[in-house]
Design a protein around this ligand. Sequence first.
Ligand code: C2G
Length: 130
Amino acid sequence: MEKRVVTFGTFDVFHVGHLRILEGASRLGSSLAVGVSSDLLNMSKKGRTPVYSQEERMAIVAALRCVDSVFVEESLEQKREYLIQHKADVLVMGDDWAGRFDEFSDICKVVYLPRTPSISTTTIIEKIRL
Ligand code: C2G
């Protein structure tokens, strides 16, 4: 039976931590849809616009072998709607979000995968700045 996996993220300055979670998410089902945070959502979430635009971030994620489709995540409050819309059987997030999405376990399985240690968009930006 087909098993649809959905995950969300900004995926700014794409790095190996992003790749690992998407590969891990895709192994949990037969298709993977990725909700990419809009530039506006990022501004409200992190107080800065991403280095790469929403269109660029979506193009990079969509081109990955492990990703089947991408959509824009406009608001954190619409997660339930996105999960229903994309017929999610599994929601995957990194364990920095552990417990935060358990409320959706009434409509899909919620899985938190371990984050890749010692890498983040912020540390990359800092490294380049030095
Ligand atoms: N990630 C990871 N290892 C890292 C860095 C990130 O596994 N070293 C994972 C995060 O746990 C997340 C995904 O990669 O599941 C995307 O990370 P971000 O781009 O930082 O996304 P975030 O801002 O957490 O957005 O609705 C939820 C948000 O859209 C998630």
